[in-house]
Design a protein around this ligand. Structure first.
Ligand code: NA7
Length: 546
């Protein structure tokens, strides 16, 4: 075939839309729904074979919400709220995926979605004012607007360990968990990592595994989830209170239903501290993190007291005192990294078939054909599970060749850390909107609450452009600088900005990710919303529109 002919064929096969959305998770699904309201033609490109994003990929046993289920669902359809019943306070992955599939069916979302389509390139064509997007199977689109809904934790990362590919048995990252059920009965299983994912997974695997070895580099401060069923009477009651529930969430720092205590730990008596902490420790969900005294996450002294309380709780549950100390973090205070929520996590370590391998004492030297070799011995395994986390927040962007005006690469613009305006737009990349982008409140949030804010804001912006006959919107460098400054100054007081974790972009498994970069937004949802609404009220100040 001549090259002229193939070029012509390729050009013919470019599909045109008003907007292309990348990702069919919680954000992409809602964004599509709202684009239709604007009368825009839109297509969602999704790497997976179905909708659901996080809940499509993370199928490991034990995967569930840490948000109360009824605070996680979409709030924008009365009908949907009336029709869907949650069966557990913290719903499990299969039910969450079923919910999102139910939404996709109900609003016929799939007809404007293309699955098994991993986007590889997104280039802005200045002359035509459009985005050209290509997927890994050569499908090409052109659209005026590009909306990324990539998810902040969608790029799983394997550890940098020699010999990973040498292991002869099955091994996988928790986020690439196979669709078929795995029977661990009597099997020798290794889990590497002890973050929020591992803490959900480990008690489930321990139920049937013959031997379970947990490879821990650093322990985390885990708190009890206290999950339980929601019966019909309670669900009926929740339905009458939805409006109030969502209002509460939208008024809190991170979109949860847990309202912070107005007092400071350092200003009350030891008895009053103990009283609140005991109560929150006994209550379901993130209350112990989000409804704590208001100085616990910002003042080191207050944090140290809370940290000691949490340490006592761990010691109480571990039979072997030496082992208990290994499970108590010493490199960060309570709540300064993501608090994993647990169900019988600590009790697992009291069981004879479970072993903690402390990698500070005996580091991993290599994965071998039969198992894992640490500095003291080689253990054989039937399965190796990597619960080693993600290339957080910017990872999804880095995997796509995104180029703006004059072919400038987003990767280069963000080389020293992400720069955005409102976490939603970037100078030099006109008409590209980044839902749950870096430095956006949605990165540290009960996700759907912030996602709805993001999507609604972008939708209203697009409506404004439509109504004013405008087709191009681009943040200015100055607006981006000012936002960056606000992100840093408002985040500075939070203790979690001083700790290495995915919040601060530190990942020893990724080249160049050893310095802290601030990926989140730490002034909270209400401040974020106010700032975003101000921009709207001031006719999109900080953007150049044409
Ligand atoms: P996290 O929270 O990033 O945890 C990853 C875990 O894997 C953590 O314990 C890491 O230890 C460990 N890890 C990473 N690399 C290695 C190597 N090379 N060797 C040993 N151990 C390693 O990811 P999760 O999936 O648990 O949770 C992510 C989010 O998903 C969570 O915050 C929720 O919002 C949902 P480290 O502490 O770095 O020493």
């Amino acid at each position: 075939m001549g090259s002229a002919q193939s070029a012509a064929e390729a050009a013919n096969s470019v599909h045109s839309y008003d907007a292309v959305v990348i990702g069919a998770g919680v954000s992409g699904m809602y964004q599509l729904h709202r684009l239709r309201e604007l009368g825009m033609s839109a297509l969602v490109l999704e790497a997976g074979s179905g909708v659901g994003g996080t809940w499509y990929w993370n199928r490991y046993p034990g995967a569930r919400f840490d948000s109360e289920s009824y605070t996680y669902g979409y709030s924008w359809s009365e009908e949907l709220l009336a029709e869907w019943d949650w069966t557990e306070r913290f719903s499990s992955q299969p039910e969450n995926l079923k919910y999102l599939e139910f939404v996709a069916d109900k609003f016929e979302l799939r007809r404007d979605m293309r699955f098994d389509s991993r986007v590889t390139t997104a280039h802005y064509d200045r002359a035509a004012n459009c985005w050209e997007v290509e997927t890994d199977d050569g499908f090409r689109t052109r659209s005026t607007f590009l909306i990324t809904a990539l998810g902040p934790l969608s790029i799983p990362v394997l550890p940098k360990i020699d010999g990973i590919e040498d292991f002869a048995g099955p091994s996988f990252h928790t986020s690439n968990w196979p669709k078929e059920e795995i029977d661990f009965t009597g099997k020798r299983v290794a889990v590497i990592g002890t973050g929020a994912t591992a803490v959900q997974l480990i008690p489930e695997v321990a139920k049937t595994a013959g031997r379970l070895s947990i490879f821990q580099r650093n322990p985390n401060w885990c708190a009890p989830l206290h999950n339980g069923p929601i019966d019909q009477a309670e669900m009926d009651d929740i339905k009458t209170r939805y409006q109030e529930i969502f209002e509460t969430c939208n008024d809190t720092f991170a979109g949860f239903a847990h309202v912070p205590d107005r007092r400071k730990a350092l200003e009350v008596s030891a008895e009053e501290r103990e009283e609140l902490w005991e109560r929150l420790w006994g209550e379901p969900g993130f209350g112990i993190w989000m409804a704590n005294f208001r100085d616990v996450l910002v003042n080191e002294e207050a944090n140290a007291l809370m940290t000691e309380f949490a340490a006592t709780k761990i010691r109480d549950r571990i039979d072997d005192p030496v082992l208990a100390e290994k499970l108590i973090p010493t490199n960060h205070g309570f709540g300064t990294r993501r608090v994993p929520m647990e169900t019988n996590y600590y009790e697992v370590y009291n069981q004879p078939h479970v072993e903690l391998v402390d990698l500070n004492e005996t580091p991993i030297e290599a994965v071998t054909e039969n198992g894992i070799r640490t500095s003291d011995q080689e253990r054989e395994f039937d399965y190796i599970i990597y619960a080693t986390g993600f290339d957080a927040v910017t990872g999804g962007f880095d995997r796509i060749d995104v180029r703006g005006i004059d072919g400038v690469r987003l990767r280069d613009v963000w080389a020293a850390g992400p720069r955005t305006y409102l976490g939603l737009q970037i100078a030099g990349f006109p008409n590209m909107f980044t839902l749950v982008g870096p430095n956006n409140a949605a990165t540290f949030c009960n996700m759907p609450r912030c996602i709805e804010q993001n999507v609604d804001w972008v939708t209203e912006f697009l409506r404004y452009l439509q109504e004013h006959g405008l087709t191009r919107a681009e943040a200015t460098e100055e607006a981006m600088d000012a936002w960056g400054e606000h992100v840093v100054t408002s985040g500075d007081r939070m203790l979690f900005t001083k700790v290495n974790s995915w919040f601060t972009g530190v990942n020893t498994n990724i080249e160049g990710h050893d310095e802290r970069r601030f990926l989140l937004y730490a002034a909270g949802l209400p401040v974020y919303r106010e700032k975003a609404d101000e921009v709207t009220a001031n006719r999109y100040e900080g953007f150049v529109l044409s």
